[in-house]
Write a protein that binds this ligand. Structure first.
Ligand code: NAD
Ligand code: UDP
Length: 314
């Protein structure tokens, strides 16, 4: 049985990856300090073939035995959360990535880095292909996340060149779905929680900024196809359907049947104006395309949020 280490395995994406890897017959070790993740995300997996090690990967990555793949997903991902933990975010992207790469190198494992569309910053090229170098403010508040991920990419490619490590870098664009912590600060999570509670949907700025939202099952399928591929550099995995934040708010109201109002709040500093992945590379190399549209993904996620509330876990 192949064996994977998933850092950040108790988080939103990490827990989906752990579940899918188990379903594909992998043994999985999740390493997570529960900074933004939750044990309940993986408690159904606990048992033979799956282990959750509660540990901070900034300190070390203590996993014994054979390892076939290291998937480095540990990092706060929601803007309010990384802004609340700025030094930890810089360190998990730098020191944490070093530990994850060292583990892969020592055990001869494949390495996959969870990078982000934020490496493109406030992009001047639209849509964004992997060849675009980005437009990041290196001294602004968001730099703790953006620059940590850019450093993590640079370190990953350095290990690839120096040690011939088998590396993959996935640039993930705004992903949502079951397991995304309710009201965690990210827009889909906030809007669905607000609609469920009958509270106003908080649009930042005038809501004309755009994002392209990918449903989690599509994202995870793309990430694991990349892991299985021979492609060693960065690859965008995201849904190219682009929406303004105001369009998203209207869709959430429609899908949930909520009569919440929409209110307007201050736009965060350096909030990117528009973002949409060019997925030509993923489609050419992996034959990957997303299948679930935003409306369907929102409906599924809202159903899960309602279930969580009924279970008393919201
Ligand atoms: P998340 O916050 O749900 O998961 C992150 C996990 O990392 C959490 O379980 C957290 O406890 C853990 N973690 C943080 N610091 C750690 C540390 N020092 N040691 C051990 N564990 C630590 O967020 P997510 O959306 O699942 O994001 C997972 C990864 O994907 C992140 O690296 C994020 O940057 C990347 N990503 C996500 C998105 C998205 O839209 N969801 C977009 C781009 C990139
Ligand atoms: N946003 C919003 N209301 C919220 C949360 C976020 O209008 O309650 C906006 C945010 O300003 C940004 C977009 O939604 O323009 C996406 O924000 P998110 O934090 O989900 O992701 P990111 O900015 O990292 O793409």
């Amino acid at each position: 049985m192949p064996r994977a280490v998933v850092t950040g395995g108790a988080g939103f994406l990490g827990s989906h990856l752990c579940r899918e890897l188990r379903a594909r017959g992998w043994e999985v070790v999740a390493v997570d300090n529960l900074l933004t993740g939750r044990r309940q995300n993986v408690e159904d997996l606990l048992g033979p073939g799956f282990e959750l090690v509660e540990h901070d990967v900034i300190r070390s990555l203590p996993v014994d035995g054979l390892v076939d793949a290291v998937l480095h997903f540990a990092s706060p991902a929601s803007p309010p959360e990384y802004l609340a933990h700025p030094v930890e975010t810089l360190e998990v992207g730098s020191i944490g990535t070093r530990h994850a790469l060292e583990l892969a190198r020592e055990r001869g494992a494949r390495f996959l880095l969870a990078s982000t569309s934020e490496v493109y910053g406030d992009p001047l090229v639209h849509p964004q292909p992997e060849t675009y170098w980005g437009n990041v403010n290196s001294v602004g508040p968001r730099a703790v996340y953006d620059e940590a991920k850019r450093y993590a990419e640079a370190l990953t490619m350095t290990y690839h060149r120096l040690y011939d490590l088998d590396t993959k870098i996935v640039r993930i664009f705004n992903t949502f779905g079951e397991g995304l912590a309710s009201g965690d600060g990210r827009v889909v999570s906030n809007f669905l929680a607000q609609a469920l509670d009958g509270k106003p949907l908080t649009v930042y700025g005038d809501g004309t900024q755009t994002r392209s939202f990918c449903y989690v099952a599509d994202e995870v399928r793309g990430i694991l196809a990349l892991l299985d591929s021979d492609h060693e550099g960065p690859m965008n995995i995201g849904n190219p359907d682009e929406f303004t934040v105001l369009e998203l708010a209207e869709l959430v109201l429609d899908v949930t049947g909520s009569d919440s109002e929409v209110t307007f709040e201050e736009l965060p500093v350096d909030d990117p104006v528009r973002r949409r992945p060019d997925i030509s590379l993923a489609s050419k190399i992996l034959g990957w395309r997303p299948e679930i549209d935003l409306r369907e993904g929102l409906a599924r996620t809202y159903e899960w949020y309602r279930g969580e509330r009924d279970r008393g876990r919201a």
